[in-house]
Design a protein around this ligand. Structure first.
Ligand SMILES: [Zn+2]
Length: 203
């Protein structure tokens, strides 16, 4: 076959669609895990509870991902206690999925601040980097980087998995930022953008 300019163009177009550029999603489902819940409050300070912030950001993330055409699964949709093993077993019922656990941080040293994303596998590392980059770019928070961790939800979930820590409840400035719905929306939208990028790079 002789390649003229237009057949080369169509070959490139075919390759682009085959490799997932502007085509169907590489994974269809995003499992969103709002950390803590019920009697497990997570971090708390000055009547701000991590479990509530996690659920609110997760709901916003769910909406953003559905608008982008993903199927979403929430490990919890209300303020209820859920064991760590229940979170990963729920996640493992799905195929062709990724997993994101949503948390906010706390430290004894109240000056500690910033955003960090945890992963456990090499797939998780790529995923974490893309999400972390979007969070830092859009929020302008201190970049604590991506880190490995042996958290139960990362260890027992079979999908590419990350755990996002979207700021410190123990830090006065970050705590007041996360009380603003607009801040929580930017956190959710940034995670969604990172997921979209990871989707384009996975095939
Ligand atoms: Zn937490």
């Amino acid at each position: 076959m002789q390649l003229n300019r237009s057949s080369l163009f169509y070959a490139l177009l075919f390759a682009a669609s085959f490799f997932g550029v502007n085509s169907a999603h590489a994974f269809k489902t995003v499992i969103i895990d709002p950390g803590h819940g019920g009697r497990d409050l997570g971090a708390s300070d000055s009547y701000v509870y991590e479990k509530h912030i996690n659920l609110d950001v997760s709901r916003r993330l769910e909406r953003a991902l559905q608008e982008a055409g993903f199927k979403t699964v929430m490990t919890r949709t209300r303020d209820e206690f859920l064991a760590l093993s229940e979170r990963s077993s729920k996640a493992n019922r799905y195929r062709n999925a990724v997993f994101v656990s949503v948390h906010f941080n706390s430290a004894y040293r109240t000056a500690a601040l910033g955003i960090e994303t945890f992963y456990r596998t090499s797939d998780g590392e790529k995923f974490a980097r893309l999400v972390q980059n979007e969070l830092i770019k859009n929020i302008g928070a201190t970049d604590r980087g991506i880190k490995t961790a042996n958290f139960s939800v990362l260890r027992h979930t079979k999908h590419p998995s990350i755990l996002v820590e979207g700021g410190f409840i123990s830090n006065k400035g970050e705590r007041s930022a996360m009380l603003d719905p607009q801040y929580r929306q930017v956190v959710a939208d940034s995670i969604a953008r990172g997921i979209l990028q990871y989707n384009r790079k996975t095939f």
